[in-house]
Design a protein around this ligand. Structure first.
Ligand SMILES: N[C@@H](CCC(=O)N[C@@H](CS)C(=O)NCC(=O)O)C(=O)O
Length: 204
C-alpha cells in the first residue's frame, strides 16, 4: 500500500493521477497548505522542501519502504512500478518524455507563478499578462500537436498525457480563457476527463 500526501494543486493532482491511472492501491492523506500542514516536523521528515506531493511506498524496490517527493518523479515511479504509460518504441518514448517535461516544467511552474502573483497583495498587471501569454503559447503548441496526434506522443496514452492533464485541469479551473478556443486540446481534455480514474484523481 502507498501513502499519498497531497492537496488539489496541479502537482498534487499529477501524483494522484499517476497512482489512479497506474492502478496502484493508495491511501490519500490530504495536506492543508493554508494551515501549514506541510511545515510540521513529521512532514518535513518526508520532504525537507516542505512541498506536496509526497508518497511513501511501504513495498518499494527490494520490498523496502521508499519516500518520494517531486510529482514528476512520482509519476515516473508509478509508471515504472506498474509497467504502464511508458511507450516501448524509442521514438514514441522520446516524444513522451519531451511532452512530460513540457507539461511538468513549463506549464505547471508558470501557472504556479501566475497564481502566486494573482493572489498577492499588490498584483502587478503586466507580470500577470506576461505569465498568461506564456501559458497560452504553450497550450497553442499543444493544440497543434494534438491536431496531428490522438495523444501527446502518438496513438497511445503516455506519462505526458497524465502530466499535461494535471496542468490543464488546474488552468481550466482558475483561468479558463487560457485554454479556450483550442478545439484539439479540448477534444483531448474531454477524453481524459471521461476516464473514471481521472475523475477520482482530480476530486480533492
Ligand atoms: N517541483 C515540485 C513542486 C511542488 C510544489 O510546488 N508544491 C506546492 C503545491 S503545488 C507546495 O507544496 N507549496 C507549499 C508552499 O507553497 O508553501 C513537484 O513537482 O512536486
Amino acid at each position: 500500500m502507498i501513502d499519498l500526501y497531497a492537496a488539489g494543486t496541479s502537482n498534487g493532482m499529477r501524483a494522484r493521477i499517476a497512482l489512479e491511472e497506474c492502478g496502484l492501491p493508495y491511501t490519500l492523506h490530504p495536506v492543508d497548505l493554508m494551515k501549514g500542514e506541510h511545515k510540521t516536523p513529521q512532514f518535513l521528515a518526508m520532504n525537507p522542501n516542505a512541498q506536496i506531493p509526497v508518497i511513501v511506498d511501504n513495498d518499494g524496490p527490494g520490498g523496502k519502504p521508499v519516500t518520494l517527493s517531486q510529482s514528476t518523479a512520482i509519476l515516473l515511479y508509478c509508471a515504472e512500478k506498474s509497467g504502464k504509460f511508458m511507450p516501448k518504441d524509442p521514438a514514441v518514448r522520446a516524444a513522451a518524455l519531451q511532452g512530460l517535461m513540457s507539461a511538468s516544467t513549463d506549464i505547471t511552474p508558470i501557472f504556479g507563478c501566475l497564481f502566486g502573483v494573482m493572489r498577492s497583495k499588490d498584483p502587478h498587471a503586466p507580470t500577470i499578462q506576461m505569465f498568461k501569454d506564456r501559458l497560452r503559447s504553450f497550450f497553442q503548441v499543444w493544440e497543434s500537436t494534438l491536431a496531428k496526434k490522438k495523444y501527446c506522443a502518438g496513438d497511445e496514452m503516455s506519462v505526458a498525457d497524465l502530466s499535461l492533464y494535471a496542468g490543464y485541469a488546474r488552468v481550466k479551473g482558475s483561468a479558463p480563457d487560457l485554454v479556450e478556443g483550442l478545439p484539439n486540446l479540448t477534444r483531448w481534455a474531454g477524453g481524459m476527463a471521461s476516464r473514471p480514474a481521472m475523475q477520482r484523481a482530480t476530486k480533492f
